[in-house]
Design a protein around this ligand. Sequence first.
Ligand code: NDP
Ligand code: GDP
Length: 325
Amino acid sequence: MRALITGVTGQDGAYLSQLLLEKGYEVFGMARRSSSSDVVDARLRWLGISGKVEIVDGNLIDLSALLRVIQEVQPDEVYNLAAQSFVKTSWNQPLLTGQVTALGAGNILEAVRLIRPKARFYQASSSEMYGLIQEPRQSETTPFYPRSPYAVAKLYAHWMTVNYRESFGLHASSGILFNHESPLRGIEFVTRKVTDGVARIKLGMAKELKLGNLDATRDWGHARDYVRAMWLMLQQSEPDDYVVATGRTVSVRDMCRLAFAHVGLNYEDYVTADPAFFRPAEVDVLLGNADKAREKLGWKAETTLEDMMAEMVDADLFRHRARGA
Ligand code: NDP
Ligand code: GDP
């Protein structure tokens, strides 16, 4: 089996590559050209799989590149993970976010339809699409109410995936994944920002950590568990949409408490509020109902938030010590 992953240099791209390699897949990862080509595979290196993934050059906003890549790779499965994925940035770059996160998904669906219509397709949809939540626990049937340019873009990509399935019979599935984190999470996201901050404070490199809204709550799982759900979706005889979540929601404040406590510190002594990290419109609470994934895919989250935060803090301590902190 041969898989193509867009967004292979990101968090989920790395864990998904690892999973597919373990299953004996040939893994091709599409990456965009960067001036920092020496560090683009940092996450793959962290997992010890850098040389095992074949990197192909392409960009989600360039349909010609996608047509060429699909033609060259002839994948059996395509995982579209590439996106401008940071909500806060989507207010600063709303149209770029639309071009990549929304129209980019349209581009790759079109390339699959034209060149490799039998390939199975996965779209990385997001719980951010629920935004101003319409039900206390969000499932596949909960109405969407996006609250950021990112979420609006993801909604377009989600419905294009559904539409290509219904219009052209593509085996196209959409995973509505709730927040998932790991030591490979981008440093601007709140969990990783906190674990990096905890490590810096513990090692005497920083005295405080500036955060935004501590009252928001999220349903946080581990990326390693969530990429397994992606793969399971593409192994089903019929394509479909699935919520992937833990079913537990925890505030940013309590997540901080856990992370600081792991190294024997009290978050209240270090965390300060900075208006720069508040958002023009907030998603106050997300809580997923993953019953369908459990029943149809046999999937459930394996990692607790406590274990994940401990793993992330330890990884950031290791990184800073390795740099000679
Ligand atoms: P990351 O931000 O870690 O990775 C995003 C990837 O997209 C990177 O490889 C990035 O490449 C790539 N990318 C960005 N723009 C382009 C472009 N124009 N052309 C090609 N590649 C591009 O995200 P995650 O791994 O955390 O998430 C994976 C997907 O799942 C994303 O679509 C995200 O929006 C979605 N998602 C994530 C959730 C989460 O909690 N992690 C929750 C729900 C959905 P580069 O390294 O060059 O920047
Ligand atoms: P998101 O759910 O995809 O937006 O993931 P983030 O990790 O970026 O944010 C999760 C929640 O943490 C949001 O409600 C943010 O407002 C809140 N938050 C509070 N302080 C911060 C901060 O300093 N950085 C980030 N990224 N989020 C913060």
